[in-house]
Design a protein around this ligand. Sequence first.
Ligand code: DOR
Length: 425
Amino acid sequence: MILIKGGRVMDPATNLDEEKDIVIDDKGKITGIYEPEEVQRNHYETVIDAAGEIVAPGFVDVHVHFRDPGLTHKEDIVTGSAAAAAGGYTTVICMANTKPPVDDVDIYKELQAREDKLPIHVLQTANVTKGMKGEELTSMEELHLAGVKGFTDDGVPIENAGLMREALKKCKELDVPISLHEEDGKLMYSQGVNKGTVSEQLGLPGAPDEAEYTLVARDLMLNKKIGAKLNIQHISSAVTVDLIRKAKKDGIRVYGEVTPQHLSATEDLVLEQGALARVNPPLRTEKDRQALLQGLKDGVIDMIATDHAPHSKEEKERGIAKAPSGMIGLETAFGLLMTYGVKEYGIPLMTVLRALTVNPAELYKLDAGKIYVGGPGDLVIFDPNREWVVSDAFVSKSTNSPFIGRKLCGKVTKTICNGKIVFTK
Ligand code: DOR
Protein backbone atom coordinates (compact mmCIF):
# COMPACT_ATOMS: atom_id res chain seq x y z
CA MET A 1 0.00 0.00 0.00
CA ILE A 2 1.25 3.46 -0.88
CA LEU A 3 0.00 6.73 0.58
CA ILE A 4 0.77 9.88 -1.36
CA LYS A 5 0.36 12.66 1.13
CA GLY A 6 0.02 16.42 0.96
CA GLY A 7 0.22 16.90 -2.81
CA ARG A 8 -1.85 19.23 -4.94
CA VAL A 9 -3.80 16.76 -7.05
CA MET A 10 -4.61 17.87 -10.59
CA ASP A 11 -6.80 15.68 -12.75
CA PRO A 12 -7.91 17.18 -16.08
CA ALA A 13 -10.57 14.47 -16.56
CA THR A 14 -12.63 16.01 -13.72
CA ASN A 15 -10.86 19.39 -13.39
CA LEU A 16 -9.95 18.43 -9.83
CA ASP A 17 -7.32 20.79 -8.43
CA GLU A 18 -7.10 20.40 -4.65
CA GLU A 19 -4.92 19.05 -1.93
CA LYS A 20 -5.78 15.36 -1.51
CA ASP A 21 -4.18 12.20 -0.20
CA ILE A 22 -4.19 9.19 -2.51
CA VAL A 23 -3.94 5.55 -1.53
CA ILE A 24 -2.88 2.80 -3.93
CA ASP A 25 -3.25 -0.85 -2.87
CA ASP A 26 -0.96 -3.81 -3.48
CA LYS A 27 -2.84 -4.72 -6.65
CA GLY A 28 -1.82 -1.37 -8.11
CA LYS A 29 -5.26 0.24 -7.98
CA ILE A 30 -6.28 3.55 -6.47
CA THR A 31 -8.45 2.68 -3.47
CA GLY A 32 -9.05 6.10 -2.00
CA ILE A 33 -8.83 9.83 -2.61
CA TYR A 34 -9.04 11.56 0.75
CA GLU A 35 -9.23 14.98 2.30
CA PRO A 36 -5.99 16.07 3.99
CA GLU A 37 -5.73 14.65 7.53
CA GLU A 38 -8.42 12.03 6.82
CA VAL A 39 -5.85 9.21 6.68
CA GLN A 40 -3.20 8.21 9.22
CA ARG A 41 0.26 7.90 7.73
CA ASN A 42 1.37 5.12 10.10
CA HIS A 43 -1.12 2.71 8.48
CA TYR A 44 0.96 2.54 5.29
CA GLU A 45 4.24 0.80 4.44
CA THR A 46 5.22 3.50 1.96
CA VAL A 47 4.38 7.15 2.44
CA ILE A 48 5.34 9.61 -0.27
CA ASP A 49 5.46 13.16 0.99
CA ALA A 50 4.25 15.28 -1.93
CA ALA A 51 3.93 18.60 -0.09
CA GLY A 52 4.78 21.48 -2.42
CA GLU A 53 4.42 19.20 -5.45
CA ILE A 54 1.70 18.31 -7.93
CA VAL A 55 0.26 14.84 -8.35
CA ALA A 56 -1.30 14.10 -11.75
CA PRO A 57 -2.24 11.07 -13.83
CA GLY A 58 0.83 9.41 -15.35
CA PHE A 59 1.56 10.91 -18.75
CA VAL A 60 0.50 9.13 -21.92
CA ASP A 61 2.66 9.52 -25.03
CA VAL A 62 1.09 8.37 -28.29
CA HIS A 63 4.32 8.74 -30.27
CA VAL A 64 7.67 7.19 -29.35
CA HIS A 65 10.35 5.27 -31.28
CA PHE A 66 11.91 2.50 -29.20
CA ARG A 67 13.77 1.06 -32.24
CA ASP A 68 12.98 -2.49 -31.24
CA PRO A 69 13.43 -4.74 -33.20
CA GLY A 70 16.41 -4.04 -35.41
CA LEU A 71 17.87 -0.72 -34.31
CA THR A 72 18.49 -1.48 -30.66
CA HIS A 73 21.91 0.20 -30.63
CA LYS A 74 19.85 3.44 -30.44
CA GLU A 75 17.20 2.30 -27.94
CA ASP A 76 15.28 -0.82 -27.00
CA ILE A 77 12.01 -1.34 -25.24
CA VAL A 78 13.70 -1.73 -21.85
CA THR A 79 15.82 1.45 -22.00
CA GLY A 80 13.03 3.31 -23.79
CA SER A 81 10.50 2.51 -21.09
CA ALA A 82 12.99 3.50 -18.37
CA ALA A 83 13.48 6.86 -20.15
CA ALA A 84 9.71 7.23 -20.33
CA ALA A 85 9.33 6.56 -16.61
CA ALA A 86 12.00 9.21 -15.93
CA GLY A 87 9.91 11.68 -17.91
CA GLY A 88 6.71 10.97 -15.95
CA TYR A 89 5.16 8.65 -18.55
CA THR A 90 3.25 5.54 -17.51
CA THR A 91 1.88 4.67 -20.96
CA VAL A 92 3.61 5.01 -24.32
CA ILE A 93 2.70 3.97 -27.83
CA CYS A 94 5.54 2.82 -30.06
CA MET A 95 5.74 3.69 -33.70
CA ALA A 96 6.17 0.87 -36.17
CA ASN A 97 9.13 2.09 -38.31
CA THR A 98 11.40 -0.59 -36.86
CA LYS A 99 13.55 -3.09 -38.75
CA PRO A 100 11.66 -5.06 -39.86
CA PRO A 101 8.64 -2.80 -39.57
CA VAL A 102 5.63 -4.03 -37.62
CA ASP A 103 3.52 -5.02 -40.59
CA ASP A 104 2.50 -8.54 -39.67
CA VAL A 105 0.96 -10.37 -36.74
CA ASP A 106 4.02 -12.42 -35.82
CA ILE A 107 6.28 -9.40 -35.32
CA TYR A 108 3.54 -7.64 -33.42
CA LYS A 109 2.87 -10.57 -31.08
CA GLU A 110 6.52 -11.11 -30.32
CA LEU A 111 6.94 -7.45 -29.37
CA GLN A 112 3.76 -7.23 -27.34
CA ALA A 113 4.73 -10.33 -25.34
CA ARG A 114 7.96 -8.59 -24.29
CA GLU A 115 6.24 -5.30 -23.66
CA ASP A 116 3.86 -6.87 -21.17
CA LYS A 117 6.81 -7.40 -18.80
CA LEU A 118 7.96 -3.76 -18.65
CA PRO A 119 7.55 -1.38 -15.67
CA ILE A 120 5.22 0.93 -17.61
CA HIS A 121 2.50 0.26 -20.17
CA VAL A 122 4.00 0.01 -23.65
CA LEU A 123 1.74 -0.50 -26.63
CA GLN A 124 2.82 -1.21 -30.15
CA THR A 125 1.19 0.19 -33.28
CA ALA A 126 1.31 -1.61 -36.63
CA ASN A 127 1.90 -0.25 -40.12
CA VAL A 128 -0.78 1.04 -42.43
CA THR A 129 1.06 -0.28 -45.50
CA LYS A 130 3.19 -3.38 -46.04
CA GLY A 131 6.87 -2.64 -45.56
CA MET A 132 5.88 1.03 -45.17
CA LYS A 133 6.06 1.21 -48.95
CA GLY A 134 2.76 3.01 -49.41
CA GLU A 135 1.59 0.47 -51.98
CA GLU A 136 -0.59 -2.09 -50.25
CA LEU A 137 -2.46 -2.09 -46.94
CA THR A 138 -1.40 -4.47 -44.17
CA SER A 139 -3.89 -7.05 -42.89
CA MET A 140 -5.38 -4.47 -40.55
CA GLU A 141 -8.27 -6.62 -39.43
CA GLU A 142 -6.02 -9.51 -38.49
CA LEU A 143 -3.59 -7.17 -36.72
CA HIS A 144 -6.46 -5.58 -34.85
CA LEU A 145 -7.73 -8.99 -33.75
CA ALA A 146 -4.22 -9.72 -32.46
CA GLY A 147 -4.45 -6.61 -30.26
CA VAL A 148 -3.17 -3.67 -32.33
CA LYS A 149 -4.81 -0.46 -31.12
CA GLY A 150 -3.60 1.94 -33.80
CA PHE A 151 -2.00 2.13 -37.25
CA THR A 152 0.76 4.35 -38.61
CA ASP A 153 3.57 4.55 -41.17
CA ASP A 154 5.15 7.36 -39.13
CA GLY A 155 8.45 8.43 -40.63
CA VAL A 156 7.14 7.82 -44.14
CA PRO A 157 4.17 9.84 -45.45
CA ILE A 158 1.54 7.98 -47.48
CA GLU A 159 1.33 9.67 -50.84
CA ASN A 160 -1.26 7.52 -52.62
CA ALA A 161 -4.64 9.18 -51.99
CA GLY A 162 -6.65 6.14 -53.05
CA LEU A 163 -4.81 3.94 -50.59
CA MET A 164 -5.25 6.55 -47.88
CA ARG A 165 -9.00 6.55 -48.45
CA GLU A 166 -9.08 2.76 -48.03
CA ALA A 167 -6.93 2.98 -44.89
CA LEU A 168 -9.23 5.61 -43.38
CA LYS A 169 -12.26 3.43 -44.13
CA LYS A 170 -10.66 0.39 -42.55
CA CYS A 171 -9.65 2.33 -39.42
CA LYS A 172 -13.17 3.74 -39.15
CA GLU A 173 -14.59 0.23 -39.34
CA LEU A 174 -12.17 -0.99 -36.65
CA ASP A 175 -12.63 2.21 -34.60
CA VAL A 176 -8.88 2.71 -34.13
CA PRO A 177 -6.72 5.80 -34.67
CA ILE A 178 -4.74 6.23 -37.86
CA SER A 179 -1.70 8.43 -37.17
CA LEU A 180 -0.16 10.25 -40.09
CA HIS A 181 3.22 11.80 -40.77
CA GLU A 182 2.26 14.55 -43.19
CA GLU A 183 5.11 15.63 -45.47
CA ASP A 184 4.58 15.15 -49.19
CA GLY A 185 7.88 13.85 -50.60
CA LYS A 186 7.13 15.43 -53.97
CA LEU A 187 7.12 18.88 -52.37
CA MET A 188 10.27 18.38 -50.31
CA TYR A 189 13.63 19.72 -51.44
CA SER A 190 15.44 18.11 -48.52
CA GLN A 191 14.51 16.84 -45.08
CA GLY A 192 14.87 17.98 -41.50
CA VAL A 193 15.47 21.73 -41.86
CA ASN A 194 12.75 24.26 -42.63
CA LYS A 195 12.96 25.90 -46.05
CA GLY A 196 13.66 29.52 -45.13
CA THR A 197 16.37 31.82 -43.92
CA VAL A 198 18.24 29.15 -41.96
CA SER A 199 18.28 26.57 -44.78
CA GLU A 200 19.50 29.31 -47.12
CA GLN A 201 22.24 30.29 -44.71
CA LEU A 202 23.35 26.67 -44.51
CA GLY A 203 23.08 26.08 -48.23
CA LEU A 204 20.41 23.41 -47.81
CA PRO A 205 17.37 23.08 -50.13
CA GLY A 206 14.99 22.71 -47.16
CA ALA A 207 11.62 21.24 -46.20
CA PRO A 208 8.83 23.72 -46.97
CA ASP A 209 5.70 23.98 -44.84
CA GLU A 210 3.43 23.39 -47.85
CA ALA A 211 4.75 19.82 -47.92
CA GLU A 212 2.95 19.37 -44.59
CA TYR A 213 -0.21 21.38 -44.95
CA THR A 214 -1.19 20.26 -48.46
CA LEU A 215 -1.13 16.62 -47.33
CA VAL A 216 -3.03 17.52 -44.16
CA ALA A 217 -5.65 19.29 -46.29
CA ARG A 218 -6.00 16.22 -48.52
CA ASP A 219 -6.46 13.85 -45.59
CA LEU A 220 -8.92 16.12 -43.79
CA MET A 221 -10.99 16.23 -46.97
CA LEU A 222 -10.74 12.47 -47.45
CA ASN A 223 -11.92 11.96 -43.89
CA LYS A 224 -14.87 14.33 -44.27
CA LYS A 225 -17.20 11.55 -45.43
CA ILE A 226 -15.45 8.75 -43.55
CA GLY A 227 -15.05 10.03 -39.98
CA ALA A 228 -12.09 7.89 -38.93
CA LYS A 229 -10.05 8.77 -35.85
CA LEU A 230 -7.53 10.77 -37.88
CA ASN A 231 -4.47 11.77 -35.84
CA ILE A 232 -2.26 14.41 -37.47
CA GLN A 233 1.17 13.78 -35.98
CA HIS A 234 3.81 16.30 -34.90
CA ILE A 235 2.17 19.41 -36.38
CA SER A 236 4.81 21.99 -37.24
CA SER A 237 3.17 24.73 -39.26
CA ALA A 238 0.77 27.59 -38.47
CA VAL A 239 -1.24 26.81 -41.62
CA THR A 240 -1.83 23.25 -40.40
CA VAL A 241 -3.16 24.60 -37.09
CA ASP A 242 -5.61 26.79 -39.03
CA LEU A 243 -6.69 23.88 -41.22
CA ILE A 244 -7.39 21.71 -38.19
CA ARG A 245 -9.24 24.54 -36.45
CA LYS A 246 -11.49 24.94 -39.47
CA ALA A 247 -11.95 21.20 -39.97
CA LYS A 248 -13.07 20.77 -36.36
CA LYS A 249 -15.56 23.62 -36.79
CA ASP A 250 -16.88 21.90 -39.90
CA GLY A 251 -17.37 18.64 -38.00
CA ILE A 252 -14.50 16.72 -39.57
CA ARG A 253 -13.09 14.20 -37.13
CA VAL A 254 -9.44 14.98 -36.43
CA TYR A 255 -7.02 14.91 -33.51
CA GLY A 256 -3.95 17.14 -33.50
CA GLU A 257 -0.63 16.26 -31.95
CA VAL A 258 2.29 18.59 -31.17
CA THR A 259 5.75 17.92 -29.75
CA PRO A 260 7.46 19.82 -26.90
CA GLN A 261 10.32 20.68 -29.29
CA HIS A 262 8.05 22.35 -31.85
CA LEU A 263 6.47 24.33 -28.99
CA SER A 264 9.84 25.41 -27.58
CA ALA A 265 12.21 26.03 -30.46
CA THR A 266 12.47 27.41 -33.97
CA GLU A 267 14.69 26.75 -36.99
CA ASP A 268 17.30 28.96 -35.29
CA LEU A 269 18.15 26.00 -33.07
CA VAL A 270 19.68 24.34 -36.14
CA LEU A 271 22.24 27.15 -36.34
CA GLU A 272 23.20 26.53 -32.73
CA GLN A 273 22.92 22.75 -32.48
CA GLY A 274 23.39 21.50 -36.04
CA ALA A 275 22.20 17.96 -36.75
CA LEU A 276 20.88 17.55 -33.19
CA ALA A 277 18.08 19.95 -34.13
CA ARG A 278 17.33 18.21 -37.43
CA VAL A 279 13.87 16.68 -37.25
CA ASN A 280 11.00 15.70 -39.57
CA PRO A 281 8.89 17.77 -39.86
CA PRO A 282 11.39 20.53 -39.09
CA LEU A 283 11.38 23.20 -36.43
CA ARG A 284 9.97 26.22 -38.23
CA THR A 285 9.58 29.95 -37.59
CA GLU A 286 8.57 31.90 -34.50
CA LYS A 287 5.21 32.57 -36.16
CA ASP A 288 4.64 28.82 -36.48
CA ARG A 289 5.72 28.20 -32.88
CA GLN A 290 3.32 30.86 -31.60
CA ALA A 291 0.48 29.30 -33.61
CA LEU A 292 1.23 25.88 -32.13
CA LEU A 293 1.22 27.30 -28.60
CA GLN A 294 -2.07 29.07 -29.28
CA GLY A 295 -3.54 25.91 -30.84
CA LEU A 296 -2.66 23.97 -27.72
CA LYS A 297 -4.01 26.70 -25.47
CA ASP A 298 -7.38 26.88 -27.20
CA GLY A 299 -7.79 23.12 -27.62
CA VAL A 300 -7.39 22.88 -31.40
CA ILE A 301 -4.39 20.68 -30.68
CA ASP A 302 -5.49 17.77 -28.50
CA MET A 303 -2.31 15.98 -27.54
CA ILE A 304 1.33 16.52 -26.72
CA ALA A 305 3.53 13.67 -27.96
CA THR A 306 7.31 13.52 -27.76
CA ASP A 307 8.23 11.78 -31.04
CA HIS A 308 11.14 10.43 -28.96
CA ALA A 309 13.50 9.50 -31.80
CA PRO A 310 16.88 8.17 -30.61
CA HIS A 311 19.85 8.13 -32.98
CA SER A 312 23.49 7.27 -32.30
CA LYS A 313 26.29 9.79 -31.84
CA GLU A 314 28.02 8.54 -34.99
CA GLU A 315 24.89 9.07 -37.06
CA LYS A 316 24.36 12.59 -35.76
CA GLU A 317 28.01 13.41 -36.38
CA ARG A 318 27.48 12.92 -40.12
CA GLY A 319 26.47 16.58 -40.25
CA ILE A 320 23.28 18.46 -40.96
CA ALA A 321 22.86 17.27 -44.56
CA LYS A 322 23.43 13.58 -43.90
CA ALA A 323 22.44 12.84 -40.30
CA PRO A 324 19.12 11.09 -39.67
CA SER A 325 16.30 13.31 -38.45
CA GLY A 326 14.90 13.13 -34.94
CA MET A 327 15.68 13.88 -31.32
CA ILE A 328 15.07 12.16 -28.01
CA GLY A 329 12.34 13.81 -25.98
CA LEU A 330 10.89 11.78 -23.13
CA GLU A 331 13.15 13.14 -20.39
CA THR A 332 12.99 16.81 -21.42
CA ALA A 333 9.31 16.99 -22.40
CA PHE A 334 7.85 18.13 -19.11
CA GLY A 335 10.55 20.73 -18.40
CA LEU A 336 10.15 22.22 -21.88
CA LEU A 337 6.37 22.34 -21.55
CA MET A 338 6.46 24.02 -18.14
CA THR A 339 9.13 26.49 -19.20
CA TYR A 340 7.88 27.52 -22.63
CA GLY A 341 4.20 26.52 -22.57
CA VAL A 342 3.04 27.31 -19.04
CA LYS A 343 5.51 29.93 -17.71
CA GLU A 344 6.41 31.78 -20.90
CA TYR A 345 3.26 31.54 -23.03
CA GLY A 346 0.71 31.27 -20.20
CA ILE A 347 -1.06 28.05 -21.16
CA PRO A 348 -2.91 26.85 -18.06
CA LEU A 349 -1.13 23.89 -16.49
CA MET A 350 -4.44 21.98 -16.52
CA THR A 351 -4.60 22.36 -20.33
CA VAL A 352 -1.07 21.05 -20.75
CA LEU A 353 -1.86 18.12 -18.43
CA ARG A 354 -5.04 17.37 -20.39
CA ALA A 355 -2.97 17.05 -23.57
CA LEU A 356 -0.55 14.75 -21.73
CA THR A 357 -3.11 12.46 -20.08
CA VAL A 358 -6.83 12.11 -20.67
CA ASN A 359 -6.91 13.24 -24.31
CA PRO A 360 -4.38 10.71 -25.63
CA ALA A 361 -5.84 7.99 -23.39
CA GLU A 362 -9.34 8.59 -24.74
CA LEU A 363 -8.19 8.53 -28.35
CA TYR A 364 -6.79 5.04 -27.78
CA LYS A 365 -9.63 3.96 -25.42
CA LEU A 366 -7.14 3.24 -22.63
CA ASP A 367 -7.91 2.92 -18.95
CA ALA A 368 -5.32 5.59 -18.24
CA GLY A 369 -4.90 9.34 -17.92
CA LYS A 370 -7.35 9.89 -15.02
CA ILE A 371 -7.40 9.60 -11.26
CA TYR A 372 -10.38 7.70 -9.84
CA VAL A 373 -11.13 5.14 -7.16
CA GLY A 374 -10.76 1.71 -8.72
CA GLY A 375 -8.55 3.10 -11.49
CA PRO A 376 -4.93 2.22 -12.22
CA GLY A 377 -2.31 3.48 -9.77
CA ASP A 378 -0.48 5.32 -12.54
CA LEU A 379 0.64 8.74 -11.32
CA VAL A 380 3.32 11.34 -11.80
CA ILE A 381 4.59 13.71 -9.12
CA PHE A 382 6.39 16.86 -10.16
CA ASP A 383 7.74 20.10 -8.83
CA PRO A 384 6.48 22.83 -11.18
CA ASN A 385 9.05 25.32 -9.94
CA ARG A 386 12.22 23.29 -9.66
CA GLU A 387 14.93 24.62 -11.94
CA TRP A 388 17.38 22.22 -13.53
CA VAL A 389 19.84 22.07 -16.35
CA VAL A 390 19.53 19.35 -19.00
CA SER A 391 22.65 17.18 -18.89
CA ASP A 392 23.74 14.43 -21.25
CA ALA A 393 23.25 11.81 -18.51
CA PHE A 394 20.04 10.51 -20.03
CA VAL A 395 18.34 7.28 -19.03
CA SER A 396 17.75 6.72 -22.74
CA LYS A 397 20.47 4.82 -24.64
CA SER A 398 20.91 7.85 -26.87
CA THR A 399 21.84 11.44 -26.12
CA ASN A 400 20.68 13.20 -29.30
CA SER A 401 19.00 16.17 -27.67
CA PRO A 402 19.54 19.75 -28.83
CA PHE A 403 18.50 20.93 -25.35
CA ILE A 404 21.58 19.74 -23.41
CA GLY A 405 22.79 22.67 -21.28
CA ARG A 406 19.36 24.36 -21.35
CA LYS A 407 18.02 25.62 -18.01
CA LEU A 408 14.42 24.46 -17.56
CA CYS A 409 11.81 24.95 -14.88
CA GLY A 410 9.61 22.02 -13.84
CA LYS A 411 10.88 18.58 -12.91
CA VAL A 412 9.32 15.15 -12.55
CA THR A 413 10.33 13.76 -9.17
CA LYS A 414 8.45 10.44 -9.07
CA THR A 415 6.58 8.18 -11.43
CA ILE A 416 4.29 5.47 -10.14
CA CYS A 417 2.92 2.78 -12.42
CA ASN A 418 0.59 -0.03 -11.33
CA GLY A 419 1.22 1.14 -7.76
CA LYS A 420 5.00 0.72 -8.03
CA ILE A 421 7.53 3.53 -7.90
CA VAL A 422 9.23 3.22 -11.29
CA PHE A 423 11.22 6.45 -11.14
CA THR A 424 12.42 8.66 -8.34
CA LYS A 425 14.71 11.65 -8.43
O1 DOR B 1 12.53 13.24 -37.31
C1 DOR B 1 11.89 12.19 -37.26
N1 DOR B 1 12.47 11.04 -36.89
N2 DOR B 1 10.62 12.21 -37.60
C2 DOR B 1 9.90 11.07 -37.71
O2 DOR B 1 8.74 11.15 -37.98
C3 DOR B 1 10.56 9.75 -37.55
C4 DOR B 1 11.70 9.89 -36.64
C5 DOR B 1 12.59 8.67 -36.59
O3 DOR B 1 12.07 7.55 -36.64
O4 DOR B 1 13.78 8.85 -36.43
